[in-house]
Design a protein around this ligand. Structure first.
Ligand code: GNR
Ligand code: NI
Length: 169
């Protein structure tokens, strides 16, 4: 098992569109184990393969307080969306940055498990936010893309400032 390095904005590799997984082998299982290890080590609630520079449609999430409810989705597709919610999002690729994003309240997702079996997951609230956030990463999309250009510019300036401070500390 290994903790993988996480790409940070504005790395252009975060804009890559991931390819569907076609081979469900031991290597995939190892990769998913590494994704979980990386997510837990970074105290994240979700992680997309894109963020560790692997451009395959794999995402992991664990919204539970005890960090013992791992969910891995391969080749996830949204079947249905319902309602809307505003949630303050963060992202491991934008350390220290948070912003309100509006997304569907509920999602019904079709995906495959580690063995390639089809699964259907219905999620609501924070888990639905997380799944939508991770699916966006797999399409090269990040949460600041939803903000107005003014708000985005302000936040990215703040990120820059934080980085400069961290570098001189
Ligand atoms: O750890 C994370 N927290 C989070 C909080 C609100 C909305 C979405 C997320 S996902 C994020 C981890 C991450 O960057 N996943 O891509
Ligand atoms: Ni993210």
């Amino acid at each position: 098992m290994s903790v993988l390095p996480i790409l940070e904005f504005p790395d252009p590799r975060l804009r890559t569109r991931a390819e569907p997984v076609r081979v469900f082998d031991a290597k995939l299982k190892q990769f998913v184990a590494d994704l979980f290890e990386t997510m837990y080590a970074a105290n994240g609630v979700g992680l997309a393969a894109t963020q560790v520079d692997v451009h395959q449609r794999v995402l992991v999430a664990d919204m539970s307080d005890d960090r013992k409810q791992p969910l891995a989705l391969i080749n996830a597709q949204i079947l249905e969306k319902e309602g809307s919610q505003v949630y303050q999002e963060g992202c491991l690729s934008f350390p220290g940055l948070y912003a309100d994003v509006t997304r569907a309240l509920k999602v019904k997702v079709k995906a495959q498990d580690l063995d390639g079996n089809e699964i259907v997951v219905e999620a609501e609230g924070p888990l639905a936010v997380c799944i939508q956030h991770e699916m966006d990463h797999l399409d090269g999309k990040v949460f600041v893309d939803y903000l107005s250009s003014l708000k985005r510019a302000l936040l990215l300036k703040r990120l820059d400032k934080q980085r400069k401070q961290a570098a001189s500390a």
